[in-house]
Ligand binder design. Structure first.
Ligand code: ZN
Length: 256
């Protein structure tokens, strides 16, 4: 059981509206303060997710992005401002997040996720894929399966978004490649070719933060085995069942 000695009075005050939720309490807040979330990409989805995770009191955030801020990012990547054009996105993001909550430990990685060694992710509790390309998404999926780390995966384009949570330690959980196969690599479809309306990435990125908080605190039902689809034009949500594929090239051999 958590005790009051483990949380400072400043933290009690700061996170009081969360602590008063019976599903969170001091125990849940302490779990958040001890958690390490790894965010792949601090673009549109990553901006929204990182802001809410930082505000919620996640103890350590790793942010991984090799790009620099460009003018065309500013319409939706709200961690970055006009003065940040030309800076590394990770640096700009760290500044913005520290201004919001200086207590959060922020680790920046200025590389593409695919180039990282698995040892660099050993202490990670949740992997949050906020990237915009299939090569990175497949790499995140492999890492999630190999290290047994839950993966909260999302995508947003035009006026649509989608979200799912993969938990490789659960025998019935599908993985990202049960949904998309390698052939998807041949069909680049991201916001640089299709465009995206600004609030769409905010809505979906915020849901990624919510899923991460639920997984860390054991609150509610994670989106395991379901794919949530959002249609911003018709303002409709749809949830479809996503079963595990026994022939999946990534998780088909995993222990069932
Ligand atoms: Zn799979």
């Amino acid at each position: 059981m958590a005790s009051l000695d483990e949380i400072s009075s400043a933290q009690l005050q700061r996170y009081s509206r969360q602590i008063m939720l019976p599903q969170i309490g001091i125990e849940g807040q302490l779990r958040l303060l001890r958690a390490h979330v790894f965010i792949i990409g601090v673009g549109g989805l990553g901006s929204a997710a990182a802001y809410y995770l930082t505000a919620s009191g996640i103890g350590k955030l790793s942010i991984c992005d090799a790009e620099q801020v460009e003018a065309s990012n500013l319409q939706r990547q709200i961690l970055h401002g006009s003065d940040d054009i030309g800076r590394l996105k990770t640096e700009s993001a760290r500044n913005a997040l520290h201004r919001l909550n200086p207590d959060i430990q922020i680790h920046t990685i200025n590389r593409r996720f695919e180039t990282l060694e698995p040892q660099q992710l050993e202490t990670v509790d949740i992997l949050l894929d906020a990237s915009d390309n299939f090569a990175t998404r497949f790499s995140a999926n492999h890492t999630s399966i190999r290290l047994g780390i839950p993966l909260v995966s999302a995508a947003a384009i035009r006026m649509e978004g989608q979200l799912s949570t993969f938990e490789p330690k659960h025998a019935d959980s599908p993985c990202y490649q049960c949904l998309y196969r390698d052939e998807a690599m041949d069909t680049p479809d991201n916001c640089s070719v299709g465009g995206v309306l600004a609030p769409i990435v905010g809505i979906i990125g915020t849901l990624q933060a919510l899923e991460a908080i639920k997984l860390i605190t054991g609150t509610g039902e994670p989106l395991r085995g379901r794919l949530l689809l959002f249609d911003g034009a018709g303002l409709q949500w749809r949830s479809v069942r996503l079963p595990r594929d026994p022939l999946c090239p990534a998780c088909g051999q995993r222990q069932r």
